[in-house]
Design a protein. Structure first.
Length: 39
C-alpha cells in the first residue's frame, strides 16, 4: 500500500481519493503494475 500512497502524494493528493471510483482505479493500476503489465 505504500507504493499507492507515494503515487498519490506525487499527484498532490495528501488526502484520500476524491471518489470511490478513483480509489478503485488506483488499486487496479497498482495491481496491474505489480503483475508486470504496462500501466
Amino acid at each position: 500500500m505504500c507504493r499507492k500512497e507515494n503515487k498519490m502524494s506525487n499527484k498532490g493528493k495528501t488526502t484520500r481519493p476524491d471518489t470511490a471510483e478513483e480509489e478503485i482505479a488506483a488499486r487496479l493500476k497498482d495491481a496491474l503494475e505489480f503483475s508486470g503489465f504496462p500501466s
